[in-house]
Design a binder for this molecule. Structure first.
Ligand SMILES: Cc1cc2nc3c(=O)[nH]c(=O)nc-3n(C[C@H](O)[C@H](O)[C@H](O)COP(=O)(O)OP(=O)(O)OC[C@H]3O[C@@H](n4cnc5c(N)ncnc54)[C@H](O)[C@@H]3O)c2cc1C
Ligand SMILES: NC(=O)c1ccc[n+]([C@@H]2O[C@H](COP(=O)([O-])OP(=O)(O)OC[C@H]3O[C@@H](n4cnc5c(N)ncnc54)[C@H](O)[C@@H]3O)[C@@H](O)[C@H]2O)c1
Length: 469
């Protein structure tokens, strides 16, 4: 068995691990980056990028179909599934190539290949023949799709996001389980590309939305495009020949059966911590077997182990993985000197149409009686009507005690842009009055945001005297 000694060992060469490596290397002499699979990151290979490529094709077909409302007559667009998937794969490979090249710029001696496991808190076994003794360790092992036992037996008719982006052609039909972020993005895109889609959820959840009215609006909108039951009663899922057969109760409590070419499991992701022999590291674990950690330092207890990115299951988003990698890498290299890093205002965007965006505190996180709500229905918003995208609802929240902006839940066209403005305002600690007193061009969607903020401000002023500080 070969043995090496290093200051910091980073497990996982994804978006979090790459940042952790670079950050640690600024402070420590010997840092290694261990990867058990292929380089290229989840984001580029099977996540952010290929999903947005599929969505871009779907948007193109959707706009062509919607041209008639502007008086532009085009024939019903013909979706060439093979060409759609070829562009997705080619562009995906370009992004993967770039991410791989970035990784390969790291000196070869610092790059180790093999699956890492803990032998003890400071010792990792990499593959079969290498032992790494490390002053500290960063776990940046990412996550993988969670596949429910009820889908066992579907064989190659069961797909997860990873599989879709390797398709050579589009299928005739897909049943999607999980109207979360992945299910909604991929399900809507496939439907707009001519695939028959039906979607099942549980508990009434729709994406990350917690505001009941915004969620209801989003649910109705998606239901206008494809059958979606967010609180479904599925009796069975089985494979018959080359088909997936789903038996379920419909809205009238009738037992129905529908056949599909594939089942897409989008019922959540699980952190890749279960294959690390994490028990050997002697860390405190939560009820899901994940190390208990501090979100500002990324430190697991008071140990020399740090955890960043999807592996910690806190905010499984690209920009959060990158930020966490930087903080974890720095703290690992400077251990036992550990300092909190800056965490940004929560921001997440779902690339459906309309888009969903969550900024700052979600409605469900706010304490009843301490906040007011402003809103705007985008069905009458001037720019949204001009663009023929006149649908959606935005809710903004502000605190009675000091008039500060707290957060927003958005289901509107181009929400990605307004969400960034709101996140930046929240980070600046602006009051709602200060946000209203900014320049607004005409005619833009942001005028709708100003309307929502004005309603919020007037409610804050009305309620200020009545509510506890
Ligand atoms: C379909 C989809 C779409 C998404 N879209 C977006 C989006 O639009 N915007 C956004 O912000 N986020 C999006 N995300 C989330 C985003 O991709 C992730 O948050 C991010 O990629 C996580 O990075 P990471 O470094 O934590 O993990 P990864 O990039 O997965 O890196 C982990 C690495 O660790 C390696 N590894 C695991 N275990 C071991 C081990 N024991 N030994 C050695 N190596 C190991 C893995 O092989 C992998 O290379 C999407 C995710 C999916 C699945
Ligand atoms: N645009 C983006 O930023 C983006 C895109 C894709 C993924 N992501 C990240 O990836 C993470 C994982 O995405 P995800 O969509 O897999 O998880 P998710 O948690 O967003 O959604 C999972 C959904 O599956 C449902 N579900 C669970 N069990 C079910 C069952 N038995 N039957 C039917 N439905 C069931 C849940 O109620 C939920 O609606 C997201 O939280 C996000 O952080 C981000």
């Amino acid at each position: 068995m070969r043995e090496i000694e290093v200051d910091v060992a980073v497990i996982g060469a994804g978006s979090a691990g790459l940042r952790a490596y670079r950050s640690a290397a600024q402070y420590a002499k010997r840092v290694v980056l261990i990867e058990g699979g292929d380089y290229g990151t989840t984001c580029a290979r099977v996540g952010c990028m290929p999903s947005k490529l599929l969505i871009a094709a779907a948007e193109s077909a959707h706009h062509a179909r919607g041209a008639a409302k502007f008086g532009i007559r085009v024939a019903e667009p013909e979706v060439d599934g093979r060409a759609v998937m070829e562009r997705v794969r080619t562009e995906r490979d370009r992004f993967v190539g770039k991410a791989t090249a970035v990784t390969q710029k790291i000196p070869e001696a610092d790059r180790l290949h093999g699956h890492a496991r803990f032998e003890d808190r400071n010792t990792l076994r990499v593959g079969d023949d290498l032992r790494v003794r490390a002053g500290s360790v960063v776990i940046a092992t990412g996550s993988r799709p969670q596949v429910l036992p009820m889908f066992e037996g579907l064989g190659d008719r069961l797909v997860v996001n990873d599989d879709i982006f390797d398709w050579m052609d589009l299928p005739e039909s897909v049943v999607v389980f999980g109207p979360g972020v992945i299910g909604l993005e991929l399900g809507q895109a496939l439907q707009r590309l001519g695939v028959r889609v039906r979607m099942f959820g549980i508990g009434g959840f729709v994406g990350p939305l917690t505001d009941p009215d915004v969620k209801a609006m989003a649910e109705r909108h998606f239901q206008s495009e494809f059958p979606l039951d967010a609180d479904s009663r599925v009796e069975s899922v089985a494979r018959e020949g080359d088909q997936v057969v789903v038996r379920f109760r419909d809205g009238e409590d009738e037992l129905r059966e529908e056949h599909f070419e594939y089942l897409l499991a989008a019922t959540g992701r699980r952190p890749n911590v279960d294959r690390l022999d994490i028990g050997n590291a002697g860390l405190a674990l939560d009820d899901q077997g994940l190390p208990v950690f501090d979100r500002y330092t990324l430190q697991c207890g008071d140990s020399s182990v740090f955890i960043a990115g999807d592996a910690n299951n806190h905010l499984p988003l690209l920009h959060e993985a990158a930020d966490e990698g930087v903080i974890a890498g720095r703290n690992a290299a400077r251990f036992p000197e550990v300092a909190p890093g800056h965490r940004h205002c929560p921001l997440s965007i779902v690339f459906t149409d309309p888009q969903i965006a969550m900024v700052g505190d979600a409605r469900a996180e706010l304490e009843e009686g301490t906040y007011a709500v402003g809103e705007l229905d985008f069905s009458a918003q001037a720019r949204a009507r001009v663009m023929g995208e006149d649908h959606g609802l935005m809710r903004v929240y502000g605190r009675y005690s000091d008039g500060r902006f707290l957060g927003a839940e958005i289901f509107t066209p181009r929400a990605e842009h307004m969400a960034h403005l709101l996140a930046w305002c929240r980070e600046q600690g602006l009051t709602v009055a200060e946000m209203i007193d900014k320049p607004y061009y005409h005619p833009v969607l942001e005028e709708g945001l100003r309307n929502a903020l004005q309603m919020l401000q007037s409610r804050l002023e009305q309620g200020r005297g009545q509510v506890r500080p």
